[in-house]
Design a protein around this ligand. Sequence first.
Ligand code: COA
Length: 372
Amino acid sequence: MTEKGLADVVAAETSLSDIDGKLGRLFYVGYDIDDLAQYSTFEEIIYLLHYKRLPTRDELDELSERLVSDRELDEFTDGLMPTFGEVASPMSMLRTTVSAASAYDPDGWDQSADANERKALRLIARFATLITKYHRLRTGQDPLPPNPKLPHAANILYMLFGEEPEEESARAFDICLVLHADHTMNASTFAARVVASTLADMHSAITAAIAALKGPLHGGANEAVMKMLQEIGDVEKAEAYIKEKLGHKERIMGFGHRVYKTEDPRATHLRRLSRELGERSGDTRWYEISERIEKVVMEEKGLYPNVDFYAASVYHSLDIPSDLFTPVFAASRVSGWTAHVREQYADNRLIRPESDYIGPRNQAYVAIEERG
Ligand code: COA
């Protein structure tokens, strides 16, 4: 019996992340996401996912320095950026530049475990540069060199906007990166592991993951949520808008989840951030519309918001353009993807499932002249 969409099929063993869908809990290497969102930083999460334990202060400092020194793009990829700034959508830019960068990685086609560790950190560091440089170029602004004094999250905001972010914004964005870093066998992570299982290189696996994340049923949902919030525009219009969509059997983006049967714990943190950022800026409109949508979708369909729902208003409050929401998701998730690829390489077997054949059988071949 085929389980459509591979629901409930266990596709791999992992010691990276774990979900309790009934209780609405998420763990990275056994640590509760609630604790990590409260106390941790994105750099610490990168360490946790890649070395499967929390770092000491010295280890964290060393990792942070490595990430800072890996932020600059290679010359070839850098040269592509002006063209991509003109012609490519952000996720297409990311997919293509990561693929292109494979040929210029200092470790080349070296597939050793050490080389893959270095490639992983390089990719994590450079995603930030790719996204921000692309945005500066497409908006006619000079790209900014990375700021070595700033941690990963704050540096992304700095390279986008040209100013060091306020502490609250930097921390809010850092929490977003913590929350998006890994999520068991989601579609993009699975795609990365399938490619890695053929022993193709790290960049190929991450290119596949970006392609999978792009779709609106996965990472693309956060951008679609912002579009919906803007279409609604006024909290009083939210109920009628949602009811009309549901009446036409349309999906409400940012709701529902394959694994969570209750609230996605990441949504809890993002809801709080959405409210806090709105209050701080004096514009709670997007939070209020979101809250009203959540109420109506719960009443009408019994569905909970997922990670993408409140991420939209949070990113919007941080002035991140809507079409960069999914790339920003990728800038975090690349930490999980690369850790999964390394995990796959470390104990590999080709991922090659079966299919149920449902087509005709025993057909007699008819010469082309005789076909009606
Ligand atoms: N809006 C309206 N109805 C939804 C819905 C949504 N966002 N998500 C699920 N449903 C409904 C489906 O229509 C279906 O109803 P039916 O049984 O009456 O046909 C039922 O819930 C089950 O949906 P299904 O598509 O089988 O669930 P899934 O596990 O395959 O899908 C998602 C999971 C995430 C793809 C799905 O919930 C969705 O499309 N959400 C919107 C996109 C999104 O936010 N993606 C980001 C995920 S983190």
